[in-house]
Design a protein around this ligand. Structure first.
Ligand code: FRU
Length: 730
């Protein structure tokens, strides 16, 4: 009977395309793992009927049973290894769900070789069909393993209905390859920010280059393009292999070679005088160092899209911190992980042995765990060599273990590293930049702890001839107005231990919502402490309405200890050199405001990049405000309340605000010291506002997206406004 069926079907296959019967590898309906070897406890002893108690409802499986590694919750680990079977059909179809981490996967193994490895497409308890194309392996023996090596959120996998078939069920193509003969400068990839990330391998003449990159290949519409530089591979064969891609995906058929990469680099919200990446995503400033007449600014960078991911170090240089030149990417991800934030030093005495005056950079390798790595440059930062013994500092017990900032501590004659370690900062010491010894830990029970501590920086500042040490710590979330912000501590450091003075912590460097992860330049001339921050917030940075690039840096600021009338603060005001960027200035006569007064036209032609400077003299009245406005009634308002000693920034009607619910929710509060005079400098640069009061004693930096520049300034209350000037900035 069977023979006849096979014969009949073979005959029919030839005639009509009828395919052979499916072969079930396992549908788990026996209620046992008889066909599997069980390791660990994640899968329990038997398949289960759907959902474990405590688990959200599992859906999309067939029959009664499935393999579910939620046994004992997300933290359990385990593996199921199938008995060997022969590949007898063109496809293996199966249902897959659970977590999308790389440590929860189902894998096809032939011999000892991994042929396919699939992870759930999203974190979901609903299983979906996946198909592996195994035509080329027909006749060979294979095994499948189902692995749950992930602990923590979504640390489980769901599998059902593993079936060999001549029909492909899934609409996903797994390990889909497209090939080119390289004959132009770039491969242009179409991107859609909301599309799912697809892990993509670049293969040149059968050799894999680097580690896979995650690309949000346009699925339904092309938002913008990103280039992959292939000039050096001219004449070679290039394969791009997408780990999984929907059959109806729009993007992969559009990928093309080109000698040009054009985009609107002056799109509407591009700043005129702040640093921003040429294209792609930027967050923290990294590795800032002055060397041989150049300020280097490295930064957290995604060259393959305008949202966070694929962290590299981007690179730019400047001779004066006013104009920047973009350089090629400095450091790319490797097998240890993507490249997170860090710092740079010049090894003047060759303590590491990489060479005299080597530029040594420190970064976090963000892989399965976070570890610290180093690389060095002997050509002024143009190229870097990664140290072959990386990582140089590990601690598997600390999940958030990152952002090394290193400096030379002359009196103890050693290098000091400040490292963010969960919600403390740990200091390490080293004589050679490679071996590090823990010195002390700071932070428990002091300062703000509403989020993870990141991006520390420890440095000295003088106050009236006395040396004080300042420790910057960025925190996210948990800032004074929610979201991301930088707090600091003032105290003493003896080469081992930082001891904070008794001050009313938390104290914030900037009370606005958009100054994060900033640190200072190493080696800056004239002993200046120059700071730059990332001018955005994790609350909405990925959603802001720019297209080809995302984020800018703050203005470079000079840090000084000043007294605000109550206690010492770190004053941060624009670097004095920024004044050179003023290109047309207009003086406006003093105003005595009684009730209200509006300067109708700040500039005859306002293109959105300017500074307003003025001095406000209070007249014993507690409340007054000034508001920038445009013709569409969009506004940015600063309200002073001297009685409560608070300054409020209101950007709720500032322009486009609806890209994130977190953008314009509350007023942005800053604690203000009651004074008679407030010297104001307010910098606007298309999509940003930086308000400096009394030489940076109080600062509020906030991004904005007005539909046209604000060009009038309205005062309310009873105050005198003096020394008013408006400067175009170019
Ligand atoms: C701060 C941060 C750092 C990390 C980097 C990753 O914004 O979270 O702690 O190194 O961004 O891009």
């Amino acid at each position: 009977m069977k023979k006849i069926e096979i014969f009949f079907c073979t005959f029919l296959t030839l005639m009509t395309g009828c395919s052979s019967v499916d072969i079930i590898i396992d549908d788990f309906e026996s209620g046992t793992y008889d066909r599997w070897t069980i390791q660990g406890d994640a899968f329990g002893n038997t398949p289960i009927k759907g959902t474990y108690p405590e688990q959200q409802e599992v859906k999309g499986f067939e029959g009664k049973y499935l393999a579910n590694s939620f046994n004992q919750g997300d933290n359990s680990k385990g593996t199921l290894i199938s008995s060997e079977f022969k590949i007898e059909r063109g496809y293996i179809n199966f249902l897959l769900g659970g977590g999308m981490s790389n440590d929860t996967y189902i894998e096809l193994i032939i011999g000892n070789k991994s042929i396919y490895k699939s992870t759930s497409l999203e974190n979901s308890e609903t299983l979906q069909w996946i198909t592996w194309d195994v035509k080329q392996f027909k006749g060979q023996n294979a095994r499948i393993q189902i692995v749950d090596n992930h602990t923590g959120d979504w640390g489980h996998i769901l599998v059902d209905q593993i079936v060999m078939s001549d029909n492909q069920i899934s609409t996903l193509m797994i390990n889909h390859k497209i090939s080119f003969k390289a004959d132009k400068k770039y491969l242009l990839i179409p991107i859609e920010d909301s599309a799912q990330e697809i892990s993509t391998r670049l293969i040149i003449d059968n050799e894999t280059k680097g580690v896979p990159i995650n690309i949000r290949l346009a699925q339904t519409k092309i938002s913008y393009w990103v280039p992959i530089d292939i000039e050096k591979y001219r004449g070679n064969n290039i394969d791009l292999i997408f780990s999984q891609i929907a059959k109806d995906n729009l993007g992969y058929s559009q990928i093309k070679q080109s000698n040009d990469f054009h985009f609107d680099s002056n799109e509407k919200y591009r700043p005129a005088y702040h640093f921003s990446p040429k294209y792609g995503w930027m967050n923290d400033p990294n590795g800032m160092i002055y060397h041989n007449g150049k300020y280097h600014l490295f930064y957290q960078y995604n060259p393959y899209g305008s949202v966070w991911g694929n962290m590299h170090w981007g690179h730019a240089i400047s001779k004066d911190l006013k104009r920047w030149e973009h350089l090629p990417v400095a450091i790319a991800p490797d097998s240890l992980g993507t490249i997170f934030s860090g710092s740079a030093v010049i090894d003047k005495n060759n303590t590491a042995g990489f060479g005299k005056d080597a530029m040594v950079i420190f970064y976090t390798s963000a892989g399965k765990t976070q570890t610290q790595s180093i690389a060095y440059s002997l050509d002024n930062g143009q190229t870097f060599t990664k140290y072959k013994e990386n990582p140089i500092l590990t601690d598997p017990n600390i999940i958030d273990f990152r952002d090394p900032k290193v400096f030379w501590h002359e009196s103890s004659h050693k290098w000091i590293m400040s490292l963010a370690t969960s919600q403390t900062i740990t200091f390490y010491g080293s004589r050679n930049l490679k071996e590090w010894e823990k010195l002390s830990e700071f932070g428990e029970g002091i300062g703000a702890h509403g989020g993870v501590w990141e991006c520390p920086d420890l440095f000295p500042l003088d106050y009236n001839g006395q040396k004080k040490w300042v420790l910057f710590v960025s925190i996210n979330p948990g800032g004074p107005n929610n979201g991301s912000a930088t707090q600091y501590f003032i105290g003493d450091f003896d080469g081992r231990i930082f001891k904070a003075d008794d001050l009313p912590y938390p104290i914030w460097l900037d009370y606005g919502r958009d100054n994060y992860a900033g640190v200072t330049w190493s080696n800056a001339p004239d002993n200046r402490k120059v700071f730059i921050g990332w001018m955005s917030s994790w609350d909405y940075a990925n959603q802001v309405p720019t297209v080809n690039f995302k984020s800018a840096s703050t203005l470079p600021r000079e840090l000084k200890l000043i007294h605000n009338g109550k206690h010492l603060v770190v004053g941060n005001s624009p670097l004095k050199d920024i004044i050179d960027l003023r290109n047309e200035s207009k003086k406006i006569k003093d105003i005595q405001v009684e009730g209200a007064y509006t300067i109708d036209k700040l500039l005859d032609k306002n293109d959105g990049a300017y500074e307003v400077a003025m001095t406000l003299i209070t007249k014993g009245i507690d409340r007054f405000s000034f508001t920038l406005e445009n013709r569409r009634k969009e506004e940015l308002k600063y309200s002073f309340n001297l009685k409560d000693e608070v300054l409020l920034t209101d950007r709720s009607k500032s322009g486009i605000t609806n890209f994130s619910e977190k953008f314009a929710t509350e007023e942005i509060k800053a604690s203000l010291v009651k004074k008679n005079t407030y010297k104001i400098r307010l910098f606007i640069d298309n999509a940003s506002s930086e308000l400096f009061i009394n030489d940076g004693e109080l600062v509020s930096t906030n991004i904005i997206f007005p539909s046209e520049p604000y060009n009038s300034l309205k005062f309310e209350g009873n105050i005198n406004v003096q020394d008013i000037s408006v400067h175009k900035i170019k």
